[in-house]
Write a protein that binds this ligand. Structure first.
Ligand SMILES: Nc1ncnc2c1ncn2[C@@H]1O[C@H](COP(=O)(O)OP(=O)(O)O)[C@@H](O)[C@H]1O
Ligand SMILES: [Mg+2]
Length: 1010
């Protein structure tokens, strides 16, 4: 059971960024020192290793040394000696000695292997450390004359006095050099009175000394390494095990390790034995208990009592259980706090173990029976005086937990149920779920649990399922539903079984597994139609929803209509609200969501929080469909605030996803990215994970991070079972895929796959998703056609035109007009179709731009302007094209639409248009005369000869072919080609050819063709 290290370096982007900056400052001769602090095992060494690798890569000389823990005085200057030995290995002894010149003798005092050390001269001793420091600094500077230097000293908390003094000396003196000094220390290892504190104070003083002269920033910096959050723990566990890991494992590892990297590794190693959280490896136990063992006996005893109390324990409760006075508790725990074993939790008036694992190790370390005994005392103490701990919910939870841990199930079972209900009252659903799960375990230990609780087992399962759903714990809900299905079948009550099935139907979709139709159909079969009942209405709603995700809208509508009728006839208000809320899935509305709001009114009347929240999902989605992003954001954020208040943030991630989608639509990508990062902390699973990953891809695309977009898309696709084709997920993913394929893959393959995808759907039902997909597909077909023409690839051209034709046929049948932005998309499809056919349709693009303008969708308008500019160039109207290009570029700049901006830039270079704004190649022109020059003069600033060469390049000729055609040498031909690439600002002959064709350079009358 050896702990495995992660092969992958996880997280720490910001910290590494700051360290990287330090390297850059050293390269620039500014000098930099970074002090890295963090608790043991948090990842200081690993971070430094990563930095060393980067410095190495960047050609820095690297020296590293570490302080070692020794009883009494450490080996003087051990880290310096270690670093110098490493250097001697790199440079050879001669190289090293060469750096110090005539001070070899002094150096040899540190490194005896260099030969006889010089004897200190008489009276030198008093200054010897000063001379030595000078020697080390001189050596670093000599080394830095050739290349920048990174000097790392690790674990400074263990340093001897000389090393500390040397570190302080270097800290002051690296300023203005080509040296980066990195020092690490254990923040939890330097309590009051620790000698490193003086050093840290000095460092702090230097840090706040005002930067001056050439320095851009302070040369002394501090980096605090914190424990990993949930996202990093998940990555770390995944990397260690080399597999995707279930969320439950991540949860457990996070809970045990508190995000400390070393503990994560240990806990994962322990979990390999299937004993997660129970068995603590011997090395880990040793590491954890070492500090406790050094404490006084009274402290250790009280710590053991505290450990039975849990990760945190209130002061008064601890005193009551231990039977000690306040003073005695303070007296005993002071040492534990000073040693960093316990933290004082001022707000809660108690203590917390710094590491949950220390608490576990202590608890496991007790005598047989001791733990149970302590738990019983805790339970009794809180029962006797609930005020010992926080509020009533907390008291209930504490009592239940301790009876359960004392294995007194007769007392535990009712206490757990009471605690679960109390948790629900305070919106703590994950807690409630934990209580219910324990209650189910206790249930099996008690002789007559039914009599004890007045409930049946299925009822507890049902309560647990509801808690899991409300907490957003989809996977737990899934497991519980499977158990409930078995239990309900055994029970022989068809209606209860049917209700379990409706939940399963919904969850199948949420987990991205299937449409859930079969579960819903089975549920409908189980509940008789006559007489009409609320249960019948509920199962019909479930069926209607299941059908809405597949192309069976008519059946879905029929089920939903019947559901509504039955609900109204039987006064089943919940089912009625639910049906109204889902109506937009079946019959989309593109404006005021009237039914949804009516559904919400009923939900509010009923106080049904889940339905109220669902109404925000539906309403924000309706506004999204109408391209009314501001409304979608407002409504979504209102829903999120409510979700947060109700403790249902995780269960409402889809609302958050809608808000992100709206931000993307509105061009507010920075906000969207921030929100996506926050949402990742909530660990989305199933469809939530898929949806958010797709959105990450969307942002990455517009931001011109195409690799990241492709990865995000692949992740999204993998999170959805292939056979589960729900339009709202499949079609947007296909569109993103088409956009990416257009730019980095094979545009010629796009049309086929788009058409294949569309074949699954009744298109008029899903215009909303089909319209953008058709536009993206047509753009790819047009690009494929342009490239095929350039390459004289007849087969490619035929295929591209065929694809374009078939897409056009689909477009001709599509009722674009039913959809708010439909006309804009229709026009864009027409514009791209013209391009595919070798022509240009500025009119189509102009109306697309106008339509987007009317909708207030700025980014799409800029995309249409790009199309307009391109088509104007194709018809030879450069002046007009230049104006559109500039307008589009201004929008792209303002929004930060990097991909669009880059593509506009490329188009501008090809057309020799100067875009205002930074970073654009100017090609020898100023903004003022761009239009005149664009209108006449040699195309693209090429000489007549270069135009001839370009013409041949565009026709696919090689350099030798060009040489023989033009009677020039191959070398000259090659020179012309490079000059052309340079002038066009492109990297390959293919791109040059594409530019020529895109601008119709050689097919216009009056062109400079030879
Ligand atoms: N960013 C990281 N990515 C992957 N593994 C890490 C990371 N940080 C720490 N670890 C692992 O956790 C363990 C403890 O980290 P370490 O750097 O030795 O901690 P420290 O030096 O702060 O005591 C090591 O085995 C290390 O490989
Ligand atoms: Mg370390």
């Amino acid at each position: 059971m050896t702990p495995l290290a992660s092969p992958v370096f996880v997280g720490r982007a910001a910290e590494l960024g700051r360290l990287d900056d330090a390297l850059r400052r050293a390269e620039a001769g500014e000098g930099a020192a970074v002090i890295v602090g963090g608790e043991a095992g948090v990842g200081k060494t690993r971070l430094v290793e990563e930095l060393v690798a980067r410095a190495d890569e960047a050609g820095h000389a690297v020296l590293t040394g570490g302080c070692v823990e020794l009883e009494g005085d450490g080996l003087p200057l051990a880290p310096v000696v270690e670093a110098l030995r490493g250097l001697a290995r790199q440079l050879g002894p001669v190289g090293l000695v060469g750096l110090v010149g005539d001070r070899r003798g002094e150096l040899a005092r540190l490194l005896p292997e260099l030969g006889r050390g010089a004897l200190p001269a008489a009276g030198e001793d008093a200054h010897s450390s000063g001379r030595l420091f000078d020697l080390v600094l001189g050596l670093l500077e000599a080394l830095a004359a050739a290349r920048p230097v990174l000097f790392v000293i690790e674990d400074l908390h263990w340093a001897d006095q000389s090393t500390r003094a040397l570190a302080a000396f270097l800290l002051r003196n690296v300023r203005g050099s080509r040296v980066t000094l990195v020092l690490t220390y254990r923040a939890d290892g330097v309590g009051p009175g620790h000698p490193l504190r003086t050093f840290l104070a000095e460092a702090e003083r230097l840090r706040w000394a005002a930067p001056s002269g050439r320095e851009r920033t302070r040369w002394v910096e501090r980096v605090e390494l914190h424990r990993f959050g949930r996202v990093e723990v998940a990555q770390l566990v995944g990397a260690i095990l080399g597999a995707t890991v279930p969320d439950s494992l991540v949860d457990d590892v996070l809970a045990c390790s508190d995000g400390n990297a070393f503990f994560v590794e240990e806990v994962v190693a322990a979990s390999q034995d299937g004993s997660l959280g129970v068995v603590i490896t011997p090395t880990l136990r040793e590491a954890l208990l070492a500090r406790v063992d050094a404490l006084p006996a009274a402290t250790r005893d009280l710590l053991r009592v505290a450990a039975a109390g849990g990760q945190r324990v209130a002061h008064r409760l601890l005193a009551a259980v231990a039977g000690l006075s306040d003073e005695q508790v303070w007296e005993a725990l002071r040492a534990a706090v000073a040693a960093g074993v316990l933290l004082v939790d001022q707000d809660a008036g108690g203590y917390a173990f710094r590491h949950a694992l220390t608490r576990d190790a202590l608890h496991d370390d007790g005598l047989p029976g001791e733990g149970k005994h302590l738990h019983r005392r805790y339970a009794q103490a809180v029962e006797a005086d609930p005020c010992l701990v926080g509020g009533p919910a907390q008291a209930a939870a504490t009592v239940a937990y301790h009876w359960y841990s004392a294995h007194d199930h007769v007392r535990a079972l009712p206490a757990l149920l009471h605690a679960a209900e109390a948790a629900e009252c305070s919106y703590a659903y994950a807690e409630a779920l934990r209580h219910y799960e324990r209650a189910m375990a206790s249930w099996d230990e008690v002789a007559d649990p039914g009599a004890l609780t007045g409930k049946d087992r299925l009822a507890i399962l049902e309560a647990a399922i509801l808690a899991a759903r409300t907490a957003g714990e989809l996977r737990r809900e899934d497991e519980l539903l499977a158990r409930a299905r078995v239990e309900a079948s055994r029970f022989g009550d068809p209606v209860r079984l049917a209700l379990v099935l409706t939940e399963q139907s919904r969850l199948q979709r949420k987990l991205g597994r299937s449409d859930g139709v079969s579960e819903a159909q089975e549920a409908v079969r189980l509940v008789p139609a006559q007489p009409p009942t609320p249960a019948r209405a509920a199962v019909l709603v479930a069926l209607g929803k299941a059908f809405s995700s597949v192309p069976r809208r008519a059946a879905g509508q029929a089920a939903m209509d019947e559901a509504l009728a039955v609900a109204r006839a039987t006064g089943a208000r919940r089912a009625e609200a639910s049906a109204l809320l889902s109506s937009d899935c079946l019959a989309p509305v593109w404006g005021e969501p009237i039914d949804v709001r009516r559904g919400r009114e009923i939900a509010v009347e009923l106080g049904a929080d889940d339905l109220i929240l669902a109404s925000y999902t539906h309403e924000s989605d309706t506004w999204l469909g109408a391209w009314r992003f501001d409304e979608a954001i407002l409504v979504g954020q209102e829903g999120l605030r409510l979700a947060r208040r109700l403790g249902q943030e995780r269960a409402s991630m889809i609302i958050a996803g809608n808000v992100v989608e709206a931000m993307i639509g509105a061009g507010r990508w920075a906000e969207a990215e921030r929100m996506l990062a926050q949402l990742a902390e909530l660990v989305p699973v199933g469809i939530n994970a898929m949806f958010l990953s797709e959105l990450r891809g969307e942002v990455a695309l517009v931001r011109d991070r195409l690799d990241e977009a492709a990865t995000a898309l692949a992740t999204a696709d993998s999170l959805r079972a292939k056979r589960f084709v729900d339009s709202q997920y499949v079609l947007p993913s296909a569109r993103l895929w088409a956009e990416l394929e257009l730019r980095r893959g094979d545009p010629g393959a796009v049309a086929d796959r788009v058409l294949e995808t569309l074949a699954h759907f009744d298109l008029p039902d899903v215009v909303r998703y089909v319209a953008p997909l058709l536009a993206a597909g047509m753009a790819a077909a047009a690009e494929a056609a342009v490239v095929a023409r350039v390459r004289r690839d007849a087969e490619g051209l035929r295929r591209a035109l065929d694809g374009a034709g078939r897409l056009a046929a689909v477009a001709a049948e599509l009722p674009f007009e039913r959809y708010p932005s439909g006309e804009a998309f229709r026009a864009m499809v027409a514009g791209e179709l013209a391009r595919a056919q070798g022509g240009a349709d500025p009119g189509a693009w102009a109306s697309a731009a106008k339509a987007w303008g009317a909708l207030g969708v700025t980014y799409q308008r800029a995309c249409a302007l790009r199309g307009l500019a391109e088509s104007l160039l194709a018809v030879g109207d450069r002046a007009a094209a230049a104006a559109e290009l500039r307008a589009a570029a201004a929008i792209a700049d303002e929004l930060g639409a990097h991909l669009l901006r880059r593509e506009l830039g490329e188009l501008a270079v090809a057309a020799r248009v100067v875009l205002s704004g930074p970073g654009e190649p100017v090609d020898g022109l100023t903004g003022g005369d761009a239009e005149t020059c664009a209108a006449d003069g040699p195309p693209l600033g090429l000489t007549a000869r270069e135009l001839e060469v370009l013409r041949l390049v565009a026709a696919g000729s090689s350099n030798p072919q060009i040489a023989s055609a033009l009677f020039i040498s191959r070398k000259t031909a090659s020179t012309h080609v490079s000059n052309i690439l340079g002038k066009l600002g492109v990297a390959t002959r293919g791109e040059a050819a594409a530019v020529a064709h895109r601008l119709h350079l050689f097919d216009r009358a009056g062109s400079n063709a030879p």
